[in-house]
Design a protein around this ligand. Sequence first.
Ligand code: FAD
Length: 451
Amino acid sequence: MKRTLYWLTHDLRINDNLALHAASKSEHLLCVYVVDKQWFQTNNYQSKALGVKRWHFLQSCLNDFNQALLALGQQLYIVYGDTLSTLAKLCDNYQISDLITTKLPGTYEQRLIKSLSDLKPELAINTVEQYTLYEQAALPFELEQLPISYSKFRKAMTGLKPPTLAPVITSLPPLFDTMPSPTVFRPQWLPNSGYQEVKHGCYFSGGEQYGLRQLSHYFSTSAAASYKQLRNNLDGWQNSSKLSAWLSYGCISARQVFHAIAKFEQQYGKNSSTECLYLELLWREYFQWLHFSVGAKIYHFKGLAKTAPLTSFYNERFSKWCLGNTPYPLVNACMNELRLTGYLSNRGRQIVASCLVNELSVDWRYGAAWFQEHLVDYDAAVNWGNWQYIAGVGVDPRGGRHFNLEKQTTLYDPDGLYQEKWTKNTSARMVALDSVDASDWPIIAEIHHDS
Ligand SMILES: Cc1cc2nc3c(=O)[nH]c(=O)nc-3n(C[C@H](O)[C@H](O)[C@H](O)COP(=O)(O)OP(=O)(O)OC[C@H]3O[C@@H](n4cnc5c(N)ncnc54)[C@H](O)[C@@H]3O)c2cc1C
């Protein structure tokens, strides 16, 4: 008898879910999400893998997914602890024969699957490809031959058959007879910040329902037809699709976004904006395959380059950057928006990343790790891939990007409105890059991970 454990990760949706569809074929099913203690511990870069804003978003995603499962006669078991030992124990306790999960490019996830398979050789593990737009077999090249620039990748991907959506799920197999009720126990190591405090400022509400709502909302307005003109603006909900957070936790799929663009084009015609939006989705795709292809190199200081960049680690500069206390007002505004909301426009991300690498000469990995903690839409491949690109150790054929801060300010915040908005009510102030007097350091506040 097939006793299946579906381990959920970045696939928290009912619709277009091939893994759930595969799980629906088993006789008994256990749906599990593991919240790992390690995510909340400070790492080598002085940051945490999961900050409070994204943790809040994730909890809403889990709650929404559980409600949807209940409507299908199933439920979600949220388990707190070490992922590997938790999964192994569940497999033992419930005589699991099959484990289904979504295939992810992250080295952490890949290592976990490998360790689980070593630990439980009798377990049939099915990793379902659905985090990307296309399956590996549909790529017009072998993964080892992945083009080393985005423009080559884009050209190679032209004319591929559109990806198809997974069948609709109308019922799910029952739980095991012996299952206890899901525990309400919450371990002490979880962040204890109040709901209102964390929710404050956050633009996104987690879950498939909200994700689908934003998907249909964005494509029901004229904003999608002006994406190309608006996407570089620093401020404004309608300037870009704002789908990234839901994409990251898999509340919606890249395939669903692809089809929403295609439907919009059928209704209103194709234009440079719809094309541009598709090309951004393709950037996401490129970084996922890049991560699959280069593995842990995406986190290495040297990245894909032959030599390491000429940066170092300056604690004071890094802290000032994190807290929006640099000599650059535009950078401060962006960093405040990121810290207070968990989101920053693509242009804002490029500006602050370039500043950390070029003006502050700080090791880019600290910036990537700060983003990882603070972004609600954090995606391993996209985040580290973009950071490498700007730091000149990634897939940029031009060898890195240096944004002129004065020019960026003139172009994207000529009236200073964005800077005023994000520096007005914060404790941030503009200070010199380095302290010259011992009494100037430490600066006004230590890094607040929970702010
Ligand atoms: C240094 C840096 C770090 C970044 N870290 C992340 C991250 O952790 N998670 C994340 O989702 N995006 C990241 N991005 C990419 C981009 O900034 C966001 O995807 C985008 O701002 C999200 O807003 P949106 O959904 O409105 O995007 P839109 O402009 O509406 O684009 C639609 C979708 O295309 C994809 N996309 C857009 N821009 C990029 C890009 N530059 N690279 C890859 N895919 C892209 C996203 O999935 C996005 O949701 C990063 C960019 C930089 C420069």
